[in-house]
Ligand binder design. Structure first.
Ligand code: SF4
Ligand code: SF4
Length: 461
């Protein structure tokens, strides 16, 4: 593998093709996304971000990659943004065109483009830096915009594209699980709950017109089954009119990796998901424990109107909001003594900084755990675990080591300081990263989904 930016590689040679010229195509794709009509998602903050930075450096101290790296300049949030700004100034401003060749207005080289392609896979778009910038500049947003330009010229990690969005549209889920295997998994879940809890549960599938269509991250059915089991038990406990759906109906996976790297992919997955939901006609769509999925569905409200010329005909919520409501209404009876060990909570970036979901999980965990402990800092200043924006499924070429030695190290220290033996989180990507952090730093801790802890605390007469 050719060295193109630092000692790590997120994009293989097959994906990046470092020997092939791409600067011209990059500039053309960048031109396209500077046009408001072509950039429906975040055009205004993107344009403002290109123009405004005063290079005060405040954002660097908030960035877990930069600080944990020993403050290496190449990991400063502004380093990456400046790579893009230099291109913007040279090719898209009058002064850049006039003073071509002078410092700050130099032609972009193929090496610059290769380095930039890798540099944008050192930031998880966690947006912690945006919380401290005096000008409200969002360097995470710049990262995403650069990824978008690269996707437009055919450069995106295969974990997120070929095995992510493309697989999801083709198979109905990114895990490529067919209907029969999915139904077998549900049967296994049903038997397991009956064996472990002594309660009988029903797991309806593909029902039309129900109150609640629950859509989980398909990876949960393989890697974090306890979360799904918790959700199944809870929906049964309150005797909800609910359903899951199989790939026979279209898409049964709530993820949308397009949010991490491409508007075109984001829309393609959204269409497939919305077509599925329109067939099933639920009153409420319930997002399982998946942070970026909830953020994507918030964007779908705008998209839906453009696609179908009407408001979304279903309501949107998430499983922890439902649980919180049902506990407060007395529909879920819980005993916190059933979870006696110290539990802390990790605010995932996509639920927290991006969607503002902070209090529901805390109210729930305080109701179902005897010893709830805050992690510091928390809420909007919590540190990204390092699994965000697709990193949790990117392992190639020392990339796991990068995840551990930067974000992972900070998160491990944060968890240790709480003294908790369980770290709860409501995001599959975060769980994936915690699985690795616990192993890498040998922490005497386990991770758990919020729904899993709730199910464990349920009181049966
Ligand atoms: S804090 Fe804001 S203005 Fe200061 S360097 Fe960072 S992005 Fe630029
Ligand atoms: S979004 Fe997060 S990882 Fe990216 S530059 Fe900002 S603080 Fe660092």
């Amino acid at each position: 593998m050719m060295k193109v930016f630092d000692e790590y590689r997120a994009l293989s040679d097959d994906t990046l093709k470092p020997d092939q010229p791409k600067a011209k195509r990059f500039i053309e794709a960048m031109r396209k996304f500077l046009d408001k009509k072509e950039n429906w998602t975040f055009w205004l903050p993107y344009i403002l971000t290109l123009e405004l930075c005063v290079k005060c450096g405040t954002c660097g101290e908030a960035c877990p990659v930069y600080t944990a790296s020993g403050r290496k300049e190449i990991y400063h949030p502004v380093y990456r943004s400046e790579m893009l700004r230099r291109i913007w100034k040279r090719y898209f401003t009058l002064s850049g065109k006039i003073f071509r060749g002078l410092a700050g207005a130099k032609d972009v080289t193929e090496d610059d483009i290769n380095a930039l392609a890798e540099a944008v896979w050192r930031c998880t778009v966690c947006r912690r830096c945006a919380m401290v910038c005096p000008l409200a500049i969002d360097n995470g947003l710049i990262t995403r915009e650069i990824r978008k330009i690269f996707d437009a010229i055919g450069i995106a990690p295969d974990e997120l594209k070929e095995n992510g969005t493309r697989a999801q549209i083709q198979y109905g889920n990114a895990t490529k699980t067919p209907t029969e295997a999915f139904k077998d998994t549900l049967e296994f879940i049903k038997e397991d709950i009956e064996d472990m809890k002594g309660v009988s549960v029903e797991i309806p599938v593909d029902k039309k017109g129900v109150d609640y269509l629950v859509i989980n991250n398909a990876g949960d059915y393989i890697a974090f089954m306890e979360t799904v089991m918790g959700i199944v038990e809870i929906m049964n406990y309150v005797n909800a009119d609910w359903t899951l759906n199989t790939p026979d109906t279209g898409v049964n996976d709530v993820v949308n990796y397009g949010l991490f790297y491409s508007d075109a992919e984001l829309v393609a997955v959204a269409k497939a998901q919305l077509e599925t939901i329109r067939k099933l006609k639920p009153k409420v769509v319930v997002i399982g424990e998946c942070g970026h999925a909830y953020d994507s569905f918030i964007l779908y409200k705008k998209l839906y109107k453009e696609m179908y010329g009407e408001e979304m005909p279903f309501k949107l919520t998430h499983i922890v909001a439902l649980i919180d409501r049902w506990i407060r209404e007395g529909k879920l009876k819980v005993d916190k003594n059933k979870n006696p060990e110290p539990v802390t909570f990790h605010d995932s970036c996509k639920w927290g900084r991006c969607a503002g979901v902070y209090e529901e999980p805390r109210r729930v965990l305080k109701a179902v755990c005897k010893d709830f402990r805050e992690m510091y800092p928390n809420r909007e200043m919590n540190y990204c675990c390092g699994g965000g924006s697709g990193f949790a499924i990117m392992f190639k070429d020392e990339f796991l080591k990068f995840r551990m030695e930067t974000y992972g190290r900070i998160k491990a220290e944060q968890i240790k300081a709480t003294g908790a033996s369980v770290v709860a989180t409501m995001c599959a990507n975060c769980k994936g990263q915690f699985r690795e952090i616990i192993k890498y730093f040998n922490l005497p801790v386990r991770y758990a989904g919020v729904s899993e802890l709730v199910a464990n605390a349920l009181v049966y007469k």
